[in-house]
Design a protein. Sequence first.
Length: 236
Amino acid sequence: MTKHQKRLSVPKSWPVERKTETFTVKADAGPHGEEGVPLVILLRDVLGYVDSKKEARYALNQGSVLVNGDAVSDEQRPIGMFDIIAFTERGEHYRVFPDEGGRLALTPIDADAADAKLGKITGKQQVTGGDTQLSLHDGQTLQLEDASEYAAKDSIVVDFENDEIVAHFPYEEGALVTAVRGSHAGEIGEVADIAVTHGSGSNTVTVEQDDGSYDTVEEYVVVIDENFTASTGGED
C-alpha cells in the first residue's frame, strides 16, 4: 500500500500547494477520515518547524507535541477540524480551524483554552446497558447515562483530562455558527432561519453576518463558541 498521496487529489481542506510537486504525505488511519491532514504537513508546510519527515519524527519523539492533550509520535497522525495542537517547549497552542478558502489553518489560542476541544454531534443512539452514545465529527464517542439535552447537529466542548462535557451549544435559530465547507467556509454568523427540506434533500440554513447573509446546506455549518470569533480574528 502506497505511503504517498497525489497532491492534485488531496481534499480541498488540506493546506498544501497542488502544483509544485506530484506527491505529498499520506495520512495514517485515524480520526477525521479522509479529511484528516498528516501532522507532518502542518509541522513542515504550515509552521515551517521541520524540513522533512525524518525531522518531524525526531521532534515528535521528544514528547513535547500534544494533540488533544496527548503526546503524539506518529508524524502521519491525521489532524482535522477543531483539534488542539500544543507545543509545550515553545509555549504555543493552536486550534485547527477552516480559513475563508476552506483550507484548514492553525489559529493561535491561549493555554487556558487548550485543555478541551469543540465537537459537532453527528449521531446519537442507545447502547447496551441503557446509556446513550454520542458520536462526534472526528470519530470520538461519548457514553452518557442521560443525554436528553443533546441532539445531533449540536456542538459540545469535551475536556481532555476526563472526557467530560464542559459546554453545550444547541443547533437552533440564533446560534453562532461557522461554515466549514462550501464557498462560505470559514465565515462566521448567526443562524437566521433553518428551512426544512422534506424527503432526501438537505436542509438549508440562512446565516446572518454584519454585512449581509448567505445560504448554505445544513451539513456545512457547525455551532461554535463566542470565543472563536476573537481567536479567528487574532484578538487576545
